[in-house]
Design a protein around this ligand. Sequence first.
Ligand code: PAP
Length: 359
Amino acid sequence: MGGGTTAPAGVAAAEEEGVAKAVTTATPHADIPNIMSSLPTGPGFPPYQLSYYGGFWLSGLFLKGIAASHARFKPRPTDVLLTSFPKSGTTWLKALAFSALNRAAHPPSSAGHHPLYRSSPHDLVSFLEVSPELIATDYAGEDELYGELPSPRLLASHLPYSLLPNGIKIVYVCRDPKDTLVSLWHFHEKTTAVLLGVPGVAGASPPTMPTFEEAFELFCEGRCISGPHWRHALEFWEASRRRPDQVLFLRYEDMLLDPAGNLRTLAAFMGCPFSPEEEAAGVVHHVVELCSLAKLKGLEVNRSGSTLLGLKNEVFFRKGTVGDWSSCMTPAMAARLDGVVKEALKGSTLTFGPAPVIN
Ligand code: PAP
């Protein structure tokens, strides 16, 4: 990793230990299951068992998922991995990428016949590191992960860049950390009880949901799932600068401002640019419309169905706006978090929010 990755206050000691423990073996991260119980842990948000590994706070499922994906996932040149810090626009990105990639078989204008009418975006695009199958087998086994999926495969991940298998084309969606935290807060208000029932999520002591103020403090310390947020984003940002053909960096705020433009960029990056004929036929706008928050939120499957880990589909669709942080944070809290981020990103060119305009 490059500049700006200084550990925020409160994690420095744990970082040293956690980084030291991210040892390399023949298969990278193969030793995770053996060292999991000795990794640094402590309070975090959400109140799962979070352990510090490779510079990040990760749940037990994510840790096992790292080991399994390095050992059992065989990247193909046509794979695309949709990546994000949780609550940054993953569901939307999954819907857009799935619809763009599969538009020949499933025209976005086919209304009721499109797979998005029957399945949540999370059921159409699986997470690399967490799946009902992996949980059911407690991540044991040697079968190739997702080997049965036809190419081109579309998968997703909340893992940090440095802990992902190499050789996969990546799309990252980034969101302002203040809005991300508020989204994470609302999501976990609704889902923590269910998620704590999933084997391997809760720690030894009975966890309690923190207040927003407590969650805020933990987030500022980087002690949240996949945190620190800004370190997660920075790794992908730097990778996208080094290898723009391999890593596409999108911003949730830009996607809201210009969904069609960002969809065109996404499709071109995935190797399926929209043709002039498709442009003329309005296909781009059909995809944007189909994947809009209002559309997906209103579909019966997302109002009544449930998905990954038994969560209701509806919990993935809320306001979808910029600046909702002000509903939970005081201006002083916002300034404090902005300050933490600014300090951590010193020396890097990453900023949050819409992409800066370059004259
Ligand atoms: P995940 O990490 O659990 O998959 P993710 O989809 O990344 O969640 O984030 C959810 C956020 O995306 C929610 O934001 P909010 O809480 O601030 O409202 C959700 O409303 C928003 N979202 C979901 N689908 C869409 C969409 N189609 N368009 C825009 N925003 C969306």
